[in-house]
Write a protein that binds this ligand. Structure first.
Ligand code: URA
Length: 445
């Protein structure tokens, strides 16, 4: 079997066999398929798509590329959460210890920044010492001992996703539902979980821009999970503006820390985190209803149990908890630059993908495989959709280490905001819930 012929076949819109998919993926991991052929293959998939059978097969091939955790001897439920990617999305950092503090085991394998979106691993690595490359033995030991671990793909833990994920990040081949599905579900299936809560983002900062497209992705993910007998729930959540108040690795980690410590956060971040965490508790059986789940979660935030679990996890993975307490000082950007509103009015629209892309430009993400992240840089979002601004008032702050770059971004980022004369309704945070029974409009219980 020849990789050239496989690329050509997909380029021409033909269906690939399991052997052909395995040939290209395994060849890429072993090094016999070079980056340029894999990039061409990914682009062919992005344009031509994969049907359900091919997507499920690709997921299995990714999964089989490495080791898998086995927690079947633990009588309690193992539940995880994953997002399809957003801007300012630090929910995993909060949810994992919060849900674990309620007695659910949370074995989480996450990813780095992808395209214009941020990554949980890059955020956690802003904590000095925090290790995101646990071996399978270290990962399972930690989950057994403290109930939670957040680690990344490695050479032995879903290596296919580790390598292909990094390549997709820099080849504009992220926005493909089958590739997103194989990437997410292989990581999640390798964790040895009983159930999964998915945060499928929709809007200008998501990979799926319309509700219909996001629903299709949610259904695909749920279907693949069901094939592997996992309990599955997906929430469609709003990514038409950055989630919470900060974008950037250390800035977001500090925001997550503050949420866990005080129980308070920006409303959209609070609502999305509580909704996803509630579903994790429901899937685990710890809560029988949504209101009951929310009540338990609020207690764990209020009495400090969730924050203590976060610190326990950080320490277990080598992170310096003292430095986490003053992360803003550890990673202090040299320049803070205001972006002022050109006019008075109400914020109507925020081009969230543009904000994410400018974050990458600033150094919060990668443009090339070998790029290093700058943990200190990012944005503080001062005005969100519906907020009123006066002319000259700051809409956001840029945290930069390179003055010229920061000023260049200030000029570009103004275009991300649309200000209107008319009052804007506060946007909905959650649109739909999807499970094996189908899609239902979200109504807070
Ligand atoms: N998260 C992942 O892990 N993979 C994707 O492709 C997108 C989001």
């Amino acid at each position: 079997m020849n990789p050239y012929n496989i690329i050509r076949k997909k380029r021409d819109g033909k269906k690939l066999s399991a052997d052909e998919l395995a040939c290209i993926v395994e060849g890429y991991i072993s090094g016999s398929v070079p980056d340029y052929q894999m990039s061409a293959f990914l682009m062919a998939v992005l344009f031509r798509g994969l049907d359900f059978e091919e997507t499920a097969e690709l997921t299995r091939i990714y999964l089989a590329s490495g080791e898998q955790a086995d927690f079947s001897d633990i009588p309690a439920q193992k539940i995880d959460k994953h997002s399809t990617g957003g801007v300012g999305d630090k929910v995993s950092l909060i949810l994992a210890p919060l849900v674990a503090s309620c007695g659910v085991y949370v074995p989480m394998i996450s990813g780095r920044g992808l395209g214009h979106t941020g990554g949980t691993l890059d955020k956690l690595e802003s904590i000095p010492g925090y290790r995101t490359n646990l071996t399978l033995t270290e990962f399972t030991k930690q989950v057994r001992e403290i109930g939670v671990a957040i680690t990344g793909q490695t050479e032995t833990l879903v290596p296919a996703d580790k390598k292909i994920y990094a390549l997709r990040d820099v080849t504009a081949t992220v926005e493909s539902k089958p590739l997103i599905c194989a990437s997410i579900m292989s990581k999640k299936l390798a964790e040895g979980i009983d159930g999964l809560v998915l945060d499928v983002k929709v809007g200008s900062g998501a990979f799926t821009k319309t509700v219909e497209d996001a629903l299709k992705l949610a259904e695909l993910l749920v279907q693949v999970g069901k094939q592997h007998n996992k309990k599955m729930v997906a929430l469609l959540t709003n990514m038409n503006q950055p989630l919470g108040r900060f974008v950037g690795n250390a800035l977001e980690t500090a925001e997550a820390r503050d949420f866990l410590e005080t129980g308070r956060a920006a409303q959209d971040l609070y609502d999305v985190t509580l909704a996803l965490s509630s579903w994790a508790l429901i899937l685990s059986g710890i809560a029988k209803s949504y209101p009951e789940a929310k009540k338990i979660l609020k207690q764990k935030l209020a009495n400090g149990t969730a924050y203590r679990k976060f610190i326990e996890m950080v320490k277990a993975q080598g992170g310096d908890a003292k430095k986490l307490e003053k992360l803003e000082e550890v990673h202090q950007a040299r320049y803070i630059i205001e972006v002022n509103s050109p006019r008075s009015g109400f914020v109507k629209y925020i081009d969230t993908e543009l904000i994410g892309m400018l974050g990458v430009e600033l150094g919060a993400g990668r443009k090339r495989l070998e790029d290093k992240i700058d943990p200190a840089v990012g944005f503080q979002i001062l005005k969100k959709i519906g907020d009123y601004t006066k002319t000259g008032e700051p809409l956001l702050l840029i945290y930069a280490n390179d003055k010229a770059k920061g000023e260049e971004i200030r000029d570009k980022i103004r275009c991300a905001y649309t200000i209107s004369n008319t009052r804007q309704k506060a946007p909905d945070t959650i649109f739909y819930i999807v499970n094996e029974k189908g899609r239902t409009r979200w109504e807070e219980e």
